[in-house]
Design a protein around this ligand. Sequence first.
Ligand SMILES: *[C@@H]1O[C@H](CO)[C@@H](O)[C@H](O)[C@H]1NC(C)=O
Length: 250
Amino acid sequence: LSPLLLLLLPFSNLSSQHLSPLASVPLVPIKSTQPIMTPLSQIHFPLHSQYKGNSGLPGMKGQKGGIPGMNGKQGEKGEPGSKGEKGDLGPAGVMGPLGPKGNPGSKGDNSKVRRSAFSAGLSKPFPPPNIPIKFDKILYNDQEDYNPSTGKFNCSIPGAYVFAYHMTIRGRPARISIVAQNKKIVKTRETLYGQEIDQASFLIILKLNAGDQVWLEVGRDWNGIYVSAEDDSIFTGFLLYPDDIFETLA
Ligand SMILES: *[C@@H]1O[C@H](CO)[C@@H](O)[C@H](O)[C@H]1NC(C)=O
């Protein structure tokens, strides 16, 4: 206790309240039997003015003041950020359902169908030997693979061909050969003399390449192939089937 407080103690005894050294004297509840207290400022302290006390110890450090402030208001919305880089390609999607059936296609070009056939007859009997017999009466030769002026069939479509002849033989014997690629691949003969009439026929299937040629020949003194108003001798050939069913379009 400071000396000042010590001096005040006698007066504070009048009240139940504590007294701060520097505060004014509190108002004491007035009781009719008690006198009004004299204010402290009016009290003269004769002893106190003559003795100066020593300095007190430094006070303790005060507590940090102030209550932390409340959170501030939310700021304004920022500007949009710059565009990001393009992402990686995603995985392939699932295969879709099967589409509806399409319409029928247009009709094919008939002219592309591969055909080759001919049939031709002799107009004069007893053809010259050892050269192609010229069957000059055309019965059918739309593709003109057979040449009536040479008597040769010229293959334009590779494939399997049928060749056949049907001859009337009269007055002399006949040796008839089918020649392909300059080789007599079929040889037949008919021995007949006088006015007798007979028929000779043959049929063969040959595989031909484009440019292969086929014709008939008779031998010397064996050329009894006959024709008249009542008798025909015919050479026939046709494509049985081509090597390539479909023509390759260039
Ligand atoms: C025979 O046919 C082939 C193939 O088509 C052709 O190149 C050739 O010129 C023809 N030859 C004759 C004599 O017509």
